[in-house]
Structure formats: structure tokens, C-alpha cells
Design a protein around this ligand. Structure first.
Ligand SMILES: *Cc1c(COP(=O)(O)O)cnc(C)c1O
Length: 391
């Protein structure tokens, strides 16, 4: 047998998560929400076991467990725990680990629903959140309140400007449990746990599932910590659908080839658009002009499938471009086969005040582009044509 620890991630994406499907090469769909016991002892064992399989759907499901095993293998984690969505994962982790009087340090550059969750429900439950600039060295450490800060939350690369948090510095934080939303990198693009971070989280709705046909979240880390989160999640009930776990597991088999192609196209498009007169700025960690490019090279194995451009003509230019793209589709998600373009200021970031938007660099001219699996030349042609109308 070859040493599995020497195996490349692209191979692990094929070999992992095969424990609950018998000899079937395709994952089995366990649609069941309930399993029967043989006697009273067996019933008690199933009801009281931690992450008990074959008891009740909210506790565990074999198809979901296969998906979790596959993610854990790619993240280099002891275990993973799946949820009904990325937000189901984030809200469950926060509420599992924090309560009235707790303190959280989070970066300001966050997925908009994560930011809304930390500002709204968390404040209502008496959980105080300090927001810092995640790109600033030492910012997280300076905001930690010893004994009170339960959780530190980073997102890297961040939505929508692809700003990075230094994972080595973040993983070295002492006191709080550290959580990285690693969605934009996928488990093949970076491994937060290898930097000492406690929890790595993904909206598997995006690149992991990769086909816009599953809504799913997943968090990975040490088994003991995940068991604690699981004990709360059974009450919270953001339970993943076995069908979505099946789709995500199928998607993961091609994660390496997909991201290799998408990353290369993203880099090519970002490079080509840098010198376009209608484009004021291009944001992509793979560009040498990205202010944190050296950090990206240190901590990422791939620079990701998403980049952003700032149009010199602002919102009116955005409107003309969105009206003239043919191949690019106007939609908000990322990580799927179709290339999508979205205008954060009027969609994902519509609820921000002007001050918050400008603090976060979400200008009226900003467009986020999620690169799909089309030919890069075709995408470039479509973008250049649309930009000629936007100029
Ligand atoms: C989409 C996304 C989420 C939320 O995931 P859902 O599956 O939509 O709930 C969280 N973080 C990031 C970075 C995302 O892109």
C-alpha cells in the first residue's frame, strides 16, 4: 500500500469518503430520517451516543458522514461536521461556543450574511463583537480580551475584494478558538488547520459541491471540539440534506481538475484586464500587483476562482456591462461551472450603509466575477466586448 499521507490532494479527492456505500463506486443516497433498534439497550446506545449514526436524521446520516469524511481528509482534519448551509455552519458554531457576555473578534471584510449575523442576532443575544481590519498585522491579537474572547473569525480570501488574512499569525492567536471561512480557497487552495487554526469552514454550496445543485456548509477540526459543536447543532437543527451531501460528494471527485482550470482562467482574465482603460483596478491574489501577493504565495496552493474588477466609469458603466455580457451570467454565487458576474453594492452588499461600503471598498463600480469552466478565450472575448460598451 502506498503511504496515504504522501498522497496528493487531487488523489485524496478521489479516494476519500467511501465508507458508507458498500462496494458501490458511486456514493449511496441514504434518504432515511430514522433507523430502528433491536432492543432497549440498542435504542439507548443509539440515542445517547455522540454523533450517533443510524438513529435519527438530525443526529447523523451515512451519506452526510461520507461527505464529512471526504472533507476531513482534504482539510487534514480529525473530523468534519456538515450543516444545511454555510450560514447554518457559521451560526451553529458561534452559538455553540458563545453566550450572553461572550466576546468575538472578527474581521470587517466578511461575507455579508456573516457580518449581518454578527451585528444582528449576536448583539441581541448579548454576544459582543469587535471588528478589525483582517489585513492589518497584529489586529486580531490586539482586540483579544483574555478570558472573555471565545472566538476569532477570519475569512480569507475575503468576499468580495479577495483580501487575505495571514494564516500563520491567525493560527498563533492565544485564547480564543480560531475559525477561518476558507470558502473562496476550497480545501485544495489552502489548509488553515496546517497553520494551527482550530476550525476551517466552507460554504460547500460553492466550489466544493461546484455545480450549483447543493446548499451545504461544513466545518473541520479536532474531533473533541466538533463533538461539542455537534451537541449544540442537534438542537439548532441546521441539518444537511443527504441529497445535497450526495451531490457535494460527487462534485468533490472533480474538485482538483475544476479548480486547476478555473484558477488558470481567473489568472489569465485578471492579467488581461489589468491594462484595460475601462478598468480602474483588478483584485486577485494571484496578481503580482495584489498588495498581499507574497502572502498568497506563502499560504495558498491555488489563488482561487474569483476575482473582482473596479470599473473606472462607476455604477453607470456597471449597468452597461451587465446589459451587454452574453456568456457571463448575472448571478451572485461562485465555484460552479458557469462564469457569473455580480454587482456587490446592489446585491450581496445592498444592506450596508454608504460608510460601511466605503470602509470595505465595495464601490459602485465593483464587479465580482466567479470564473467557471468555459474556455478562457471565449470568456475574455465576452468581457472585452462588454467592456467596450462600458468604457
Ligand atoms: C456563500 C458563502 C457563505 C454562506 O454560505 P451559504 O451556503 O450560502 O449559507 C459564507 N461565507 C462565504 C465566504 C460564502 O461565499
Amino acid at each position: 500500500m502506498p503511504d496515504p499521507s504522501a498522497q496528493h490532494p487531487a488523489t485524496t479527492a478521489i479516494t476519500a469518503g467511501r465508507g458508507h456505500s458498500g462496494s458501490s463506486l458511486a456514493p449511496a443516497l441514504w434518504a432515511s430520517s430514522v433507523w430502528q433498534s433491536t432492543d432497549m439497550d440498542d435504542a439507548r446506545r443509539r440515542a445517547t451516543g455522540v454523533r450517533s449514526g443510524e438513529f435519527y436524521g438530525r443526529y447523523a446520516n451515512p451519506t452526510v458522514a461520507s461527505f464529512e469524511d471526504a472533507v476531513a481528509a482534504l482539510e487534514g482534519a480529525e473530523a468534519s461536521l456538515a450543516f444545511a448551509s454555510g450560514m447554518g455552519a457559521i451560526s451553529s458554531v458561534v452559538l455553540a461556543l458563545c453566550g450572553n457576555g461572550s466576546h468575538i473578534v472578527a474581521q470587517r471584510q466578511l461575507y455579508s450574511a456573516t457580518l449581518a449575523f454578527l451585528q444582528g442576532p449576536c448583539a441581541r443575544f448579548g454576544i459582543e463583537v469587535t471588528f478589525v481590519d483582517g489585513t492589518e498585522p497584529g489586529a486580531f491579537a490586539a482586540a483579544v480580551q483574555p478570558g472573555r474572547t471565545m472566538l476569532a473569525i477570519a475569512e480569507t480570501p475575503s468576499n468580495p475584494l479577495l483580501e487575505l488574512v495571514d494564516l500563520a499569525e491567525f493560527g498563533a492567536l492565544r485564547g480564543p478558538i480560531t475559525l477561518v471561512d476558507s470558502t473562496f480557497a476550497t480545501p485544495l487552495g489552502q489548509q488553515p488547520l496546517s497553520f494551527g487554526v482550530h476550525l476551517s469552514l466552507h460554504s460547500a454550496t460553492k466550489g466544493i459541491a461546484g455545480h450549483n445543485d447543493a446548499t451545504l456548509g461544513v466545518v473541520s477540526g479536532e474531533r473533541e471540539l466538533l463533538d461539542e459543536i455537534w451537541a449544540y447543532s442537534v438542537l439548532h437543527g441546521a441539518t444537511p440534506s443527504p441529497f445535497d451531501a450526495l451531490n457535494a460528494l460527487r462534485g468533490m471527485r472533480t474538485l482538483a481538475v475544476r479548480t486547476t482550470h478555473q484558477n488558470a482562467t481567473a489568472l489569465r482574465l485578471a492579467q488581461e484586464l489589468q491594462s484595460h482603460p475601462a478598468v480602474a483596478a483588478v483584485h486577485y491574489p494571484g496578481l503580482e500587483s495584489h498588495p498581499q501577493h507574497a502572502l498568497a504565495v506563502r499560504q495558498m496552493r491555488g489563488f482561487g476562482t474569483v476575482f473582482a474588477i473596479d470599473l473606472a466609469g462607476g455604477a453607470p458603466a456597471v449597468e452597461r456591462l451587465l446589459g451587454s455580457v452574453r456568456l457571463l451570467r448575472v448571478a451572485t454565487s461562485l465555484g460552479g461551472p458557469e462564469t457569473l458576474v455580480c454587482h456587490p453594492r446592489t446585491t450581496t452588499h445592498a444592506s450596508l450603509t454608504d460608510r460601511e461600503a466605503s470602509e470595505q471598498g465595495v464601490s459602485g463600480g465593483l464587479l465580482r466575477i466567479s470564473v467557471g469552466l468555459e474556455d478562457s478565450g471565449d470568456l475574455l472575448a465576452d468581457l472585452l466586448h462588454a467592456l467596450s460598451t462600458a468604457g
